[in-house]
Design a protein around this ligand. Structure first.
Ligand code: ZN
Ligand code: ZN
Ligand code: ZN
Length: 139
């Protein structure tokens, strides 16, 4: 037997196995993400994933989250200096009161109007509004 070919086919076998594993991991993570109807963070997702596959580490989760974002299947936002993700929410909106400094989330249903006049292709919106909250207005 030719040793070179033997080694080469072994390598192909290993690469195929790695690819299969990556596809399986991607499927598992994708399915798990579907269970979050709202925003989630990487740690929460990881906690759910390891119930099904203990070999998947947090670094792998981050790598896939990045891949999914590049594919446009996932949106990422910054919330309290934490990265959060969503498969279906295309905006994340904060209102921060300049008097009491409290921040709350606003649920904006339609942000499509914001796209008018923008020539770039928009993926999602992160909106930070500042003003005076209802409590402070009453004072
Ligand atoms: Zn996006
Ligand atoms: Zn937030
Ligand atoms: Zn306030």
């Amino acid at each position: 037997m030719n040793k070179k070919i033997g080694l080469k086919s072994l390598l192909i076998l290993i690469i195929n196995k790695m690819r299969q594993r990556k596809t399986k991991q991607a499927e598992l993570i994708k399915n798990e993400m579907k269970n979050f109807s709202n925003f989630f963070d990487a740690q929460t997702l990881h906690k759910e994933i390891i119930k099904k596959d203990t070999t998947i580490g947090i670094a792998t989760i981050y790598r896939f989250l990045k891949d999914f974002q590049n594919e446009g299947k996932l949106h990422s936002y910054l919330c309290n200096r934490r990265a959060i993700y969503s498969t279906n929410k295309e905006n994340h909106c904060h209102f921060t009161c300049k008097i009491c400094k409290k921040t709350k989330h606003l649920d904006i249903k339609k942000v499509d109007f914001l796209k008018s006049g923008i020539v770039e292709e928009v993926c999602h919106f992160q909106i930070d509004l500042t003003g005076i909250c209802q409590d402070c207005l009453k004072k």
